[in-house]
Design a protein around this ligand. Structure first.
Ligand code: AQP
Length: 351
């Protein structure tokens, strides 16, 4: 049977990158898959603490993420929506998988390198006051072992497919490697190798530095658009986004990355797939950069309208309903994860 699993960290309100790169696909799957396909989506709170989080802020962010998923249109009757930390089988399987994982596999991960300020990134993550020393202080074991927990998240539900943004491709390859290594070590096909489903929005880029992906933890709030941003804020962020002064509108991610990012965002918001054709259409109409920004703003504001409406309804709905959704999801996820963990323990000799 098909099992689709994915997760998101409660590190803030989701932005356009999270939405077009992952969350919109989760919502679409509810109508594009047969009901026999299990859809399992997790608020991965244990991943969030790999970067120090103020406890109060994490508590709020977990609830807000759950609320955002519901406001996006995920239906708790169709999907299992749950919190990773509430299902201890994830952490138990992580430990077992970590006995299979080679340290070298982890050190090769680009996200580890980026978040510790090694090649491929300058460590955009805001770190605590004690972290001024850089390198060593940032190199916490949890951050290095992050992909093992992610592999456990996926394998514990025997997921066959995982919809993610391109930044997660390497972690998915790592997950398959873990599954193969476990099956080989114990001589049993306990785990299936999950397939990656990449959304057409591979990487939505920062509005300030279009060479970097849009990220919740970028210290500059002007770099992203949050799903809860008002139409005014959306307009301002897009108007102030970094582009160029070349005349004419073209789609050229190499030479005009800021404009290319805006054209892509426009296409995602209007569900088009041909960036070049869209740029040509804009150009033929004689649109200027500021006209393009205006069109992108209108498209995004319109696309996020249903979210904004449901979000404000949920604000009024109160916490009781949310607590019920949370309990139901966590119970369902526990059942699914404990089933796999029992099989794993059997095979390992821990039954
Ligand atoms: N810029 C992006 N473009 C396309 N997809 C993206 N995703 C994240 N950023 C982009 C996808 O969103 C899903 C959830 O991501 P996450 O919150 O679990 O972790 P992340 O990838 O680390 O996202 P952020 O926003 O950069 O969070 P922080 O700053 O907290 O680390 C994933 O499927 C991811 O591919």
């Amino acid at each position: 049977p098909s099992v689709i699993f994915s997760g998101i960290q409660p590190t803030g309100i989701p932005h356009l990158g999270n939405y077009y790169g992952a969350l919109r696909a989760w919502v679409d799957l509810q109508t594009t898959t047969p009901t026999s396909t299990s859809l399992i989506f997790s608020v991965v709170d244990l991943h969030a603490i790999t970067i120090p989080q103020p406890p109060g802020a994490l508590q709020i962010a977990r609830t807000e993420m759950l609320k955002a998923l519901l406001a996006l249109g995920l239906c708790p009757d169709r999907c299992t929506i749950f919190e990773q930390g509430a299902v201890s089988a994830h952490s138990e399987l992580m430990w077992i998988l970590s006995t299979i994982t080679r340290v070298g596999w982890l050190e090769r991960m680009t996200q580890w390198k980026a978040k510790t300020g090694q090649e491929g990134g300058k460590g955009v993550v805001p770190l605590g006051a004690g972290d001024k020393k850089g390198g060593e202080e940032r190199e916490r074991a949890g951050l290095l072992c992050y992909p093992v927990l992610q592999a456990a998240d996926i394998l514990v539900h025997r997921a066959t497919e995982v919809p993610v943004g391109e930044d997660q491709s390497q972690h998915l390859e790592f997950t398959r490697q873990c599954a193969r290594a476990f099956n080989a070590q114990y001589g049993k096909e306990v785990f299936v190798e999950p397939q990656t489903i990449l959304s057409p929005a591979k990487r939505v880029m920062s509005l300030r530095q279009p060479g970097k992906k849009m990220s919740k933890s970028d210290p500059d709030p002007r770099s992203r658009i949050l799903l809860t941003d008002t139409p005014d804020v959306i307009a301002k962020r897009i108007r102030k986004s970094v582009t160029d002064s070349t005349t004419g509108i073209t789609y050229d991610p190499e030479l005009r990355p800021g404009l290319a990012n805006l054209i892509e965002i426009y296409c995602h918001a209007t569900r088009r797939s041909d960036y070049e054709t869209t740029a040509e259409e804009f150009d033929k109409k004689g649109m200027t950069m500021s006209d393009v920004k205006q069109s992108v703003t209108e498209a995004v504001v319109e696309d996020l309208r249903p979210f904004r409406e449901r979000w404000s309804d949920l604000e009024k709905a109160g916490e009781t309903w949310l607590a019920e959704v949370r309990k139901k999801g966590n119970d369902k996820a526990r059942e699914s994860a404990e089933r796999t963990l029992r099989d794993v323990k059997d095979v390992v000799g821990l039954a």
